[in-house]
Design a protein around this ligand. Sequence first.
Ligand code: FES
Length: 70
Amino acid sequence: MIVCVCHNVSDRTIRAAIDAGATSLSEIRAQFNVGACCGKCLPSAKALVSEHQQATATRFTALRRELVAA
Ligand code: FES
């Protein structure tokens, strides 16, 4: 799905950037110019960053529990 139409940035691109180490919407904006034109994508981009960070944290916690239990 395209999140930022003005700069043709997809949700996959944003998720990949987070997986590669981006930790905030500011970093996503700096990398891809998300929100730099009309700004209509910012709420969606912000929600995507939060959602993906939360999912990553949940996976990390589950993995940590598995490692501690082993
Ligand atoms: S849709 Fe992202 S700046 Fe316009």
